[in-house]
Design a protein around this ligand. Sequence first.
Ligand SMILES: [Zn+2]
Length: 441
Amino acid sequence: MPHRHSHEAPWLRQLRQGARDASRAWDLLVSLNDDVGPRFTGTPGEAAGVAWALAAAGRAGLANVRTEPAECTRWERGSARAEILEPTCQSIVVAALGGSVPTPAGGLEAELVVVPSLDALQELGRAGVEGRIVYIHHLMPRLRDGTGYNHGGYLRAHATSHAARLGAVGCLVRSIATSATRAPHVGMLFYESDAPQIPAAAVCVPDGDLLARLAASGRRVRLRLELGCRSLPSGTGHNVLAEVPGTDLAHEIVLFGAHLDTWDLGRGALDDGAGCVLALETARLVAELPVRPRRTVRIALFANEELGSGGGHAYAAAHKDEAGQHFVALEADQGDGKPWALRMPEGQAQSAAARHLHTALGPLGIALDPGGARGGVDIQPLRGLGVPFFDLRQDATRYFDFHHSANDVLENVSREDLDHALAGFAVAVAVLAHMPESLRG
Ligand SMILES: [Zn+2]
């Protein structure tokens, strides 16, 4: 059997090695974390992030560095306080869910009802829920592929409307997180149109577990909740775009996205500072190869992913006419996790393109997942325009210890993992930009 890499282009080896030996990803992330910090929609940090990204793309020698406007939802957190009034006195750590309405002035006091699931909530019916605060006690599993977030994220987004339809006055959700710190895990809440809008907050894991134990003891639990959050009129944010121009197939675009905005509680080092520096560094490494890419590599750092995806929608609207020229779109939004599998566009796991990519990525420990690529939140609007997706699945084992919380800081990023992830994304993007095969079935 011939040696696996005997026919490999030398630039591919250079890229795989360079991503780990000559990476500037960590230094970029230190700068983004320390000099900018949280980049929450509508705050000065958001604008500082855009300025930072433009400067970083310029320093990386990228072409066509520019911003594009995006209509962005805005919301302000305000203060959040909660305390157990019965059967013990204890203040608990909560954070309003994104988009939540405030509590009435002075806060609200009500009996707590604890349920592990939406089914259990339905079984209680209106008689068991009306006038109460519902607490959803769902325990998120720690999984390498991060799929524990799917159901957890659904509960966080939709449980409030389920509770409100049964007459609840407020809703609490156990943090969709895998670590027992007193830093709540926030995220968006979606009010369904047929349900009253009631205030909702995430409870940190230890305090949520306390609520569940108190309720399980059979004693009456009463709670006081005060949220000062409010929605604001939407405003204009900006996506940041930059390119490595292609050669003979320059009109075809390999789009590599990440999101520049963050939640407000941490510094957005993992979510999605890591993705932003992976995109910037991938483009720089590809630009510095001795062989220029055949297709144009475009990176897009999106606005407003956390608070309504205004950036992703604006990109799809602005580039609708060139959707057919998007060879592929991919996104990095799983922090510093090491890539462990690649996923091809639906139905292409057996294709020549899949073999090509797997051969290039295999030496990094990346397997071929037979499932179809899903893409990240920001590129979803491109799906409807027929743009093929490609995924590099990253190890999410530790990700949800820190995600969307005050603990999303540089200290919880692994430099080694970040550079390993960079090797994966740089190789994938370069191969996608050079490959002779098509990804459109
Ligand atoms: Zn994210």
